[in-house]
Design a binder for this molecule. Sequence first.
Ligand SMILES: [Zn+2]
Length: 273
Amino acid sequence: MPELPEITIIARQMNRELKGKRIAHIEVKQPKNLNMPIQEFLKIAKGKIVDNVSSKGKWMFIKLEPAYFMLIHLGMNGEILYFTANQKLPEKYQFKLTFSDKTGFTIHFWWFGYIHLIQEKDLNKHKLTAQLGISPTHENFTLEHFKKLLANKKARIKNFLLNQKNIAGIGNVYAQDILFKAKLHPNRKISTLTEKEITNLYNAIRNILNHSIQLGGDAYDKNFYGRKGKLTLNEFLVGYKTGKPCPTCKTPIIKIKTGSTSSYICPKCQTLK
Ligand SMILES: [Zn+2]
């Protein structure tokens, strides 16, 4: 499933390819992905020019001139793929956007996703993105900021990390190795974390996500050019590695239930104090 590293990479590639292009044609096969009737959507989008593309958490923000944003979320999983003129299109897609130079992109949602058009002035009223927390790769995500986010929180640490209102972009894939690297049990209560553990956790978040971005994202999701990243299962520390030895102490990794998610931990390195 694409999480922050994969979406960050796609948004960077989109920004590079799409900047300055004018929307010529849009094909919508699944209108329920839109936030308005198709005809209205097409009328607004057509003729608009891409100013830039960015991302926050798992959302992609295509800034359109004049004065609109196209917001895209791939849902549980999906592919957004670039195409050039005369290139063969993917067999399955629900959405196709073509620019005046005949390049464009298709979107294939495996389950469900969103393609929303929002006026620039209403961006902070868009419920699904307005409440997103800070992106952990953003320069404002400092240790001091992280400490403030954790202050007076009563949640368990994994639930806190997965809640997109706290920090946007960490899902169940990367949370595993982040917690392992910080030597924290997923069920640790935030109120029990020491200063040192918070610092370790902060560094782990940055390291794990940046490492994945450097490798081009995980090896199970395609980027904008249809290529997969280099972060394979082998690269994971404990995530999805039940029975394999802990990279630190060789104790077999176990899979446990933590609330509504599964967690992979080293029972010796990540104890519940
Ligand atoms: Zn261990």
